[in-house]
Design a protein around this ligand. Structure first.
Ligand code: CA
Length: 472
């Protein structure tokens, strides 16, 4: 029975995969490619959804999504903070390949380089209508606007965050400028997370008859910590007021996920719609009272607490419900998974992988032999395989962890010099042809390009000296 079902699913997928790239909008009566919803939380803690072990409040709707699909137990984003992570997600490429390694400064003319193709641009080939609701953070200058990057609709905030209750004039700061809705400035009305949910529901209702891509990028639970009394009341068993406010913000996000799922069901398109849920980076635990247990460190670091995230893919009727997948996966995989499922030829320059054949068991090997991270704040590099992770922070000794067993990165597995050298070389090779950052930093970032004096690639002598010290 299961085998027959799997064969039927593979046949359906093969049918989509073999459709011509220019077979854009399917004629009436023919099967359409599946619609796509990507729900992105902002700064959500690793332990702060029910299926990750949350204890002090509940996320029943995000959990329901997980029960309807595949929960990834080794899932990562490609950067430990907001904008570079989103650049990777929407291009399917390590953002280091195009210099997008820092947050763009507001009103500084910085943004995701125009050389890159974004997911909505690719999906347009198959007749998708694409909308972003929520946080953009990939450049606020007109040429970087979401409507110039393949999205047909934009409702949300251009910058890196926003006040949840109010907005001011156009000259206000990044977190207080008006929202934008279909080309017009509008104020925050009510509570921002609920306002974004309403906009998402409106998008789905208007486009339910055609393949759509909804990028629902909530800015919750990113700071500022703000929630209305009725939401705070729902989590009033939490004694710490900051944690209570954070929990109320996540509760509103969870409500939104529930409303989107309910609408898909009401419209009869739940089984045909692929839904991803993830966070853009780990929780900044001191800043927003999030909880990354059992991971080490926080947003901004290449330790697991910065880059390992809750991650779900639900595609009811197509992927096994209530299952888990343990091999490492990446937010970079969303782009190729979406375009392959839409029947579009996958661009050759992607770093992500179409996950569907792996989830159906048609591919037995892991999707990635190795994943990489680099943040120039503090000069941090890391790579992991199924078994090992090497963390390399400039001016500190390399740290090797048996990450398959030591998820908390608590016990350096320093006995394996050969493995350290191998992973060190892999980082060096991965990073070697990355261009310099596309714009200047603001927070004391250090030059770490191999062509610079202190770059990783110039560290052969330093590595040798360290190895020699260890063997003494
Ligand atoms: Ca973030």
């Amino acid at each position: 029975m299961l085998l027959a079902m799997r064969r039927a699913l593979l046949a359906i997928l093969a049918c989509w995969a073999c459709s011509e790239p220019d077979a854009s909008v399917a004629p009436a009566g023919e099967r359409q490619p599946p619609s796509l919803v990507v729900i992105l939380a902002d700064d959500l803690g690793y332990a702060d959804v029910g299926f990750q072990g949350l204890r002090d409040f509940a996320t029943p709707n995000i959990d329901r999504l997980a029960h309807r699909g595949v929960r990834f137990t080794n899932a990562y984003v490609s950067h430990p903070y907001c904008s570079p992570s989103r650049a990777g997600l929407l291009t399917g490429r390590y953002q280091h390949r195009f210099g997008h390694v820092r947050n763009p400064k507001f009103r500084a003319g910085e943004g995701l380089p125009l050389s890159e193709t974004l997911l909505p641009q690719a999906l347009a080939e198959a007749g998708y209508v694409s909308g972003i609701v929520g946080k953009w953070h990939l450049g606020d200058a007109p040429r970087f606007h979401p409507l110039e990057r393949g999205f047909d609709e934009f409702f949300g905030l251009l910058g890196g965050g926003h006040d949840y209750f109010k907005s001011a004039g156009a000259d206000a700061g990044e977190y207080l400028i008006p929202l934008e809705a279909h080309g017009e400035p509008i104020p925050v009305e009510g509570y921002l997370t609920e306002q974004l949910t309403e906009a998402a529901l409106d998008f789905v209702r208007r486009h339910a008859e055609q393949p759509f891509f909804l990028y629902l990028a909530y800015n919750a639970p990113h700071g500022p910590l703000q929630a209305p009394p009725e939401l705070l009341d729902r989590v009033n068993s939490i004694g710490d007021p900051r944690r209570q406010t954070y929990a109320a913000m996540v509760t509103s996000l969870d409500d939104g996920v529930g409303e989107v799922l309910a609408l898909l069901e009401e419209l009869g398109i739940s089984d045909g719609t692929m839904v991803f849920f993830l966070s853009d980076n780990g929780g900044p635990t001191p800043a927003n009272a999030s909880d990354n247990t059992p991971l080490r460190a926080t947003k901004g670091t290449v330790y697991e607490g910065g880059v390992r995230v809750p991650f779900v893919l639900a595609w009811p009727g197509h992927l096994p419900a209530g299952s888990t997948y343990d091999a490492p996966v990446s937010a970079l995989d969303i782009f190729p998974t979406a375009v392959a499922t839409a029947g579009i030829e996958t661009p050759a320059n992607l770093d992500g992988v179409n996950l569907v054949p792996y989830l159906l068991g048609a591919e037995g090997a892991p999707p990635h032999e190795q994943l990489f991270w680099h943040s120039d704040e503090g000069g941090q590099f890391a790579t992991r395989t199924a078994e090992h992770k090497l963390v390399r922070v400039l001016d500190r000794e390399p740290e090797l962890y048996a990450i398959g067993e030591d998820i908390s990165e608590s016990d350096p597995a320093s006995e394996d010099d050969g493995r350290i050298r191998e992973l060190f070389r892999a980082i060096e090779s991965w990073h070697a042809d990355h261009p310099p950052p596309a714009w200047p930093g603001t927070r004391g970032e250090r030059p770490v390009h191999p062509n610079t004096a202190k770059g990783l690639g110039a560290d052969q002598a330093e590595l040798d000296a360290w190895m020699a010290r260890r063997s003494e």
